[in-house]
Design a binder for this molecule. Sequence first.
Ligand code: UDP
Length: 472
Amino acid sequence: MEEDRRSHAIALLSSPGLGHLIPLAELARRLAQDHHFTVTLITQSVGPISDVEQNLIDSIPKDINVVPLSPPSPSSISDGLELGPLIFLTINHNIPRVRAILQSLATSSVSPLAAVVVDLFCVGAFSIAEEIGVPPYMLYTSPCMMLSFCLYLPTIDAMYQAEYKDLTEPLCLPGCVPLHGRDFPDPLHHGRDSEPYKGILWLVSQFPRAKGILVNTFQELEPGVIKALKDDATVPAIYPVGPLIRSCTPGPTNGGDCLAWLDKQNRGSVLFVSFGSGGTLSGKQLNEVAWGLEMSGHPFLWVVKSPNDHDAAGTFFTVQSKTDPLAFLPQGFLERTKDSALTVPSWAPQIEILSHESTGGFLTHCGWNSALESMVNGVPLIVWPLYAEQRTNTVLLADDVKVALRPRADENGLVTKEEVSRVIKCLMEGVEGKRLRAKMATVSNQSSHATSTTGSSSESLCEIVLEWKNNK
Ligand code: UDP
């Protein structure tokens, strides 16, 4: 009976980086546990994996076959290689291994492969899926607004000659709020002739080869753009299946301390501050944030990373800072704030913190997992994008869904302590904060409904599951 139920197999291919592995692992779990697929999850890393990532892999249910690929040798990586090129280098290095794994799964007589689902950076594997006669799909780990941007990028590229940051008119994608050039994703701010730009342009040009695109979003969050994409005959079938988030935080945690401290705070009083697994601020900006938090007079729980003046994604692959982050805080800061704040180095149990009743706001870099986790828990946001597609995410959350405030940077790109303090007060005590909180409560309800048995995301997942099971 059990053998019969698991008569279909799925292979999932994740890109390097925790933010990609989390939704892929969650999709793997749902396909194995709720839909009885035999699931193989192939994971990639650019170097030795972090404790947090290892912990996440260890926590994946044992009925999922996890295949971690070895990273490229350090000698093949040139010094100072940026995030995007490093990801592409790793993925290209692994292509022969991915081919061998997929070929072997495709010829299995036990449960033949019904689909290959790849993360957005791994579209190079579409050709392998096509070679072995298995339909290729994509899990898009950011919102549909961003997916729409990617799908229209070749057109956008042909439309404009100027650098995007200099565009005078915002871009109006079907079903989306206007998007200014300055809020386009990071790699597009490199020159048009740069390798990162050309790499992204090639990447998105491959998206239409997918037989379908699963998206880590939900119908009620982005109804306009989802409809627009579904109505566009040139776009592959779209399946909003989110939020695909974990129910608890992976990793070596100082969880006990954080949660015990939150237990002592008033309901909804604490601002949680974290820039994700990878986000790092410049030394000057870290200083302003510290002063601003202190000036706001609100309790806060801050996950601090050591500053990095050159790379806003300074701990993307390592998660932990190499030097003690607390050593970079203004003199006397820890002592002055010890009665009203908790400052922890590098990593904290985010999901448990966001679901704690004392947490009333989240200052986030706007990585899409963090945004979804906050929505599920009904915590309104201060959005502070640092890299990748985070600026575009903030436009969706601040201008469209209206659950977030955006601090204003000065002419040098610095968010001053006064501005940090102002925006915190606005969220935690102002009328606007109340409005955002109420809207976030609605979004939270919608997100739980979406993943309930009869919800929109569950139905979307069932639809694609049926397609895979009927695909002889
Ligand atoms: N995270 C966490 N504790 C931390 C920092 C991050 O648990 O101190 C988790 C967070 O809950 C989220 C993920 O790491 O699930 C970060 O993903 P996201 O897409 O938000 O950002 P990225 O780190 O990929 O930029």
